[in-house]
Write a protein that binds this ligand. Sequence first.
Ligand SMILES: Cc1cc2nc3c(=O)[nH]c(=O)nc-3n(C[C@H](O)[C@H](O)[C@H](O)COP(=O)(O)OP(=O)(O)OC[C@H]3O[C@@H](n4cnc5c(N)ncnc54)[C@H](O)[C@@H]3O)c2cc1C
Length: 254
Amino acid sequence: MTHPNNVAIIGAGPAGLTAGYLLSKENVPVTILEADPTYVGGIARTAKYKGYHFDIGGHRFFSKSKEVEDLWTELLPDDMLDRPRSSRIFYRDAFFSYPLKAGEALRKLGIFESTRCMISYFWAKVWPHKNPKNFEEWVSNQFGSRLFNIFFKTYTEKVWGMSCKEISADWAAQRIKGLSLWSAVWNALFKPAAPQAGADKSKVIKTLIDTFRYPRRGPGMMWDAAADKIKAMGGEIEMGMKVVACHYDADEKL
Ligand SMILES: Cc1cc2nc3c(=O)[nH]c(=O)nc-3n(C[C@H](O)[C@H](O)[C@H](O)COP(=O)(O)OP(=O)(O)OC[C@H]3O[C@@H](n4cnc5c(N)ncnc54)[C@H](O)[C@@H]3O)c2cc1C
């Protein structure tokens, strides 16, 4: 059955393309308006230069939702690679594993700094921010303000380009839910097996995952594939179209 309404979507980032793809599958005609003249994928795009592919940001494709994992497989059936994760934080001329490994962190921070971190952690447990409002307060409650300042503040502000005071506590809770200093220590001592493909990922702490999926040619490959499939189903993607205003016609209800 063909749907009577044409749906306009602003932006061909992951959100717009996912919406466009799912609507197209339901025979709803879509037109996606994208400001960028060349690339779809938004901040998950992969730029091409002289035959090389550059990811704007390294993207882990990992979701606790089977539906989301299945959608990615549907979009890129042959090009999702399983990759081991290796993240490091460079601090005071040393690389620290992330997620933190308790023994390594204590050794590299030194006895003096480690003691300050532990005191700051216990301080946060005794006098936490009641109703934490922002990322800084939420993470400080979980790890202590000392560890927040060492490992979370600079990294987060660099990646997201805004102060940790401006990022909501909800976002922190959603992103590093279930992780605390104790769970980091526990994980370092009794490391759980990495989730296998098809395993129940719903209980895995997002920040602690050891492997993730990655499109063979970068995250942009996923969104190029989504755009191609939308077009193959009759949807339109207009590049270089920046939406500057939206008007509602009350008479026509359009
Ligand atoms: C460094 C980095 C690492 C990341 N790592 C991960 C990760 O590992 N895993 C993960 O799941 N997520 C990760 N993310 C987050 C992920 O990139 C975003 O959540 C996702 O791109 C958001 O998609 P979106 O479609 O909502 O927005 P965007 O990606 O911002 O796309 C919005 C699109 O809309 C277009 N647009 C904006 N305004 C207009 C307008 N007025 N008219 C027309 N078009 C417009 C833009 O040009 C853009 O193409 C990371 C992000 C960064 C920066």
